[in-house]
Ligand binder design. Structure first.
Ligand SMILES: Nc1ncnc2c1ncn2[C@@H]1O[C@H](COP(=O)(O)OP(=O)(O)OP(=O)(O)O)[C@@H](O)[C@H]1O
Ligand SMILES: [Mg+2]
Length: 265
């Protein structure tokens, strides 16, 4: 028996979901909101646990101290840590207008949005949806959350929107898809060669997507980790080492990087 397979050519009925228009409208919302943001800086590593969130939060506070308008978008939806690092109050993100949520207010006037502000304390992120092939839906829904964090938060006018990424490269790819222009990337590594390996892959993927690399921050220097990851990456990619951060650094370390970023971005 012949199979009755329809081709795209046969799908002549009007698209009642108006999918193309919906996507266009969503893109315009992101572009409108981001038009008031001077620099989007993605804090990227590829490697987990190297201090991306720690660096993001302390850099944001230093930029805030220097009088810049700063927001932090916590793009780590499954392990969000930014509100605690910024001392932003739980429940700090509230519906503001018909079309936006007010960002939570953190230390030094830094605005932030995070899944941690939206989930009940101690509860994991869980999507309601079909269990079968949930990995497909999860990716789609996470990208949708990222879009809402960009478009539906009343960021207002900002000098910097720092985006704290989870490990890997996937969230960076989603971010770049959503933004009107590719973000700048601030690279975080620890000194070890295995960190350099993971960072190298992530940085290459980011550059292939049009990112500008601001430079490398080497974290946890002078402790138990041996290696020269920051120098190696800087040489390979022709980018500066912006800072070497020891364990429990003094506050002026952050002021120094804030000055660099302020100039480089
Ligand atoms: N320079 C530092 N001095 C002291 N503690 C640090 C430093 N950098 C990071 N930490 C600590 O190390 C741990 C890991 O840092 P953090 O959560 O920022 O890493 P991450 O790269 O964001 O991790 P993930 O990949 O899970 O998102 C945290 O407990 C953080 O407070
Ligand atoms: Mg983190």
């Amino acid at each position: 028996m012949a199979l009755n397979i329809r081709t795209y050519r046969d799908l002549t009925e009007p698209d009642r979901s108006a999918l193309v228009e919906q996507i266009g409208a969503q893109r315009r919302r992101v572009a409108d909101r981001m038009a008031a943001v001077r620099h989007v800086v993605a804090v990227l590593s590829g490697k987990g646990g190297v201090g991306k969130s720690y660096v993001t939060a302390h850099l944001a506070r230093a930029l805030g101290r220097s009088g810049r308008g700063v927001g932090v978008l916590d793009a780590d939806l499954n392990g969000p840590t930014i509100p605690r690092l910024l001392d932003a109050p739980a429940g700090g993100a509230r519906p503001a207008h018909a079309d936006a949520v007010e960002a939570a207010a953190g230390a030094e006037g830094v605005k932030c949005i995070s899944m941690a502000l939206l989930l009940r304390d101690g509860m994991p992120l869980a999507f309601r949806g079909p269990d079968a092939e949930s990995f497909v839906w999860r990716g789609t829904l996470e990208a949708a959350v990222l879009r809402e964090f960009l478009a539906d938060v009343a960021w207002g006018a900002l000098d910097f929107l720092l985006v704290d990424l989870p490990p890997g490269v996937q969230r960076f790819a989603e971010l770049t898809e959503l933004l009107p222009a590719p973000p700048a990337a601030l690279i975080v590594t620890i000194p070890t060669p295995e960190s350099a390996d993971a960072v190298r892959r992530a940085l290459r993927a980011a550059l292939e997507r049009g990112a500008t690399a601001l430079g490398v921050v080497e974290n946890m220097v002078g402790g138990p980790f041996a290696g020269s990851a920051a120098d190696d990456l800087a040489r390979e990619f022709g980018v500066p080492v912006l800072a070497r951060i020891p364990f429990h650094p003094r506050a002026d370390v952050w002021d120094g990087i804030a000055k660099c970023i302020g100039g480089a971005a």
